[in-house]
Design a protein around this ligand. Structure first.
Ligand code: ATP
Length: 234
């Protein structure tokens, strides 16, 4: 469903991505790993329509979303769980979730979507009327994931969902990724916890200094000396 081809990206004069080819098939979880500054966030932001200084194509079900206005990319079934969660601290949990259904096509599914997110993360239901800023880091991550799901994506982009979370909460986040995927949503997962990421993924890509330096099945990457060296630093 996602076909990124020959993607390049810039910050002003500085090039951040070179010749990126990435695919995510219907129903797949695909990991995107690599050292700090490799360009992982730039890549998912480009797919989400948030980074527009690019060349190449980003096809979602055959539509090049790089040519679609940024606020319309969600209409093509793409939603992003941003790095650092970015929840609206002074709004309630409920209102943060409702914001996820901002696009016209998602509004009719709001009630069912809320039910689904509350089923996935019961703590969000319990804390529905609390301010998002009063939640723990893990709960804010659940909220960020829930908000993205309210947009009813077919492709969920997740940027470092486990960063800074306690181990028990990391387990919950990875369980949620499995459930979301079992419900038919494809996932492109940026993760610094490479081993966990490859456990939930069918395939993966290794990005280093703006280029894809390795790709393959999760098993191939787990056993790869290059991955161990360039990503895990072993
Ligand atoms: P991290 O894991 O540290 O978030 P990353 O793999 O997500 O790293 P990016 O954040 O995409 O990497 O950064 C890719 C390159 O682009 C880096 O060299 C970074 O310094 C540069 N970069 C990122 N954001 C900006 C910006 N706003 N302005 C200028 N350069 C940027």
């Amino acid at each position: 469903m996602l076909e990124v081809r020959e993607l390049e990206a810039w910050y002003g004069q500085a090039q951040a991505l070179w010749g990126i080819d990435v695919d995510v098939a219907d129903g797949e979880v695909v990991a995107l790993v690599g050292p700090n500054g490799a360009g992982k966030s730039t890549l998912v932001q480009a797919v989400a329509g948030l980074h527009r200084s690019t060349r190449g194509t980003i096809a979602v079900d055959g539509v090049d979303v790089a040519r679609v206005p940024a606020h319309r990319v969600g209409d093509h079934g793409v939603a992003l769980v941003p790095e650092g969660r970015r929840v609206f601290a002074r709004m309630t949990v409920h209102d943060n979730l409702v914001l996820g259904a901002y696009r016209r096509g998602a509004r009719p599914g709001l009630a069912a979507g809320l039910e689904r997110v509350h089923g996935l993360f019961p703590r969000l239901a319990e804390r529905s009327s609390q301010l998002a800023g009063s939640l723990s880091g893990g709960e804010q991550q659940m909220l960020a994931i829930g908000r993205a799901l309210l947009a009813q994506p077919r492709l969920l982009l997740m940027d470092e969902p486990s960063l800074g979370l306690a181990p028990v909460v990391v387990d919950e986040v990875f369980d949620a990724i499995r459930t979301i995927n079992a419900d038919g949503v494809s996932v492109l997962l940026v993760e610094q916890d490479v081993e966990r990421a490859l456990e939930v993924s069918a395939r993966g890509y290794v990005l280093a200094e703006g280029r894809i330096v390795a790709s393959g099945s999760a098993a191939e990457l787990t056993g790869s000396a290059l991955v161990r060296k360039s990503v895990l630093g072993l």
